[in-house]
Write a protein that binds this ligand. Sequence first.
Ligand SMILES: *Cc1c(COP(=O)(O)O)cnc(C)c1O
Length: 486
Amino acid sequence: MQYHSTRSNENAVDSAQAVLQGLAPDGGLYMPASLPAFDWKACLQGDTYEMANRILSAFLPDIPDMEQLVRKAYTGKFAAEDLTPTVSVGPFTVLELFHGPTSAFKDVALSMLPQLLTAAKAAKQMDDDILILTATSGDTGKAALEGFRDVDGIRICVFYPDGGVSKVQRAQMVTQEGNNVTVCAVKGNFDDAQTGVKNIFAACQAQNLLEGKGFRLSSANSINIGRLAPQVTYYFKAYKDLMDRGQIALGDQVNFSVPTGNFGDILAGYLAKCMGLPVGRLICASNANNVLTDFIRTGTYDRRRPLHKTLSPSMDILVSSNLERLLYLLSGEDTALVAQLMNDLNTKGSYSVPDALLQAIEKDFWAGCCGDAGAQETIAAVWKEYGYVCDPHTATGWAVAKDYVAETCDDRPMVVLSTASPYKFPAAVLDALGSTDAGDEFDQMEQLCALTGVQIPAPLATLRGKPEKHTGVIEKENMLEFVLAL
Ligand SMILES: *Cc1c(COP(=O)(O)O)cnc(C)c1O
């Protein structure tokens, strides 16, 4: 299947090459020239593993033995047998995506990506090693490190914003084991780290800096189509759960509320809809960094604003990379327009889309935001009313879902995506529940467990006392030099 950049129809590659390269040479993101034909009803008949196999085979037909890759990626790695269970909580259904090895939703994709990359490498008979370069706002880094540790022929280097991730997230990364991993803090925020990584890709490409070094770069960020495609599966899975419980009949539409940062998770929902799944509205939920709320309501994307540090750090983002893929799809694959908009974003810090494109976006999406105080009130209310504990990201999705229903009276079933375990953010959750947190993050986890009776996920409980192996901090200007010295 042919993939090309969102910014140009030239230089098509196949799906295995798209996974290997991550980012297109012109800085655009790879998309299929046309979305795969798909029997969505047949897909709903399988279990999670069969759904993943069907969806990934449709997107990545040039990677062989998908069924086996899916089994290798997930078997025994998640605390839930069906990987992503749903729970009925008051008026909504919560889709719990945090039962993987690092307790955040990114495990769903990052357990799969190493399998896809290794198989793509074999399919293309590529001898060079791959160096995965990743910028993280907190959760991607750990999930990628865990997914890629000790994978033959692949090395991984993760950059995170110094002081910009939660204590638990930092502890998860700096204690990472594995003989092929590097972790380093960057002075700056997530956008600085992400821009730094994009610049390294561009510099290596333009100046042939890796010539003769025996490795090539790829990315584990959701700019990689191999990261995005696995996330489509759980939209199908949630839909099937609602059918199995008799809450909907085949063909009924379901809305999804998605706590959003880089726009990868919610875009996977849109791809599910494009493949036929009866998805109603996709609710884009942001924290105080509400650049997407403004964009979806006005058609103007303006990154020229301060980045706020919030209680939901994985959404502290001003440049949502995957929005580019939505612009591409909804503009009728107008690569010239997308190239122009992205150029405006780079040079002016903002862009405005044509009216027709805005209308197309508003047909499928609705956006809202919720600050830290609102998220904490939501954590408290959901606990008090329904006995369910959620993390600050999930609370943001819940609060915006409620606003959506209040404003539109849309009574289709609502699924709220739960993207992280509350134990990744124990201080914020304890605080919300009116309990003063004491001691370090591990004491707080135990305190939260005593208060709620919800078990601490094993991978978080066992972090305590692990030695810190990766404590370096560098200036953002030195990221390229750092990588070339690896
Ligand atoms: C990454 C992340 C998000 C945002 O997902 P995107 O795909 O970047 O929009 C939301 N919540 C948590 C906990 C995350 O780790």
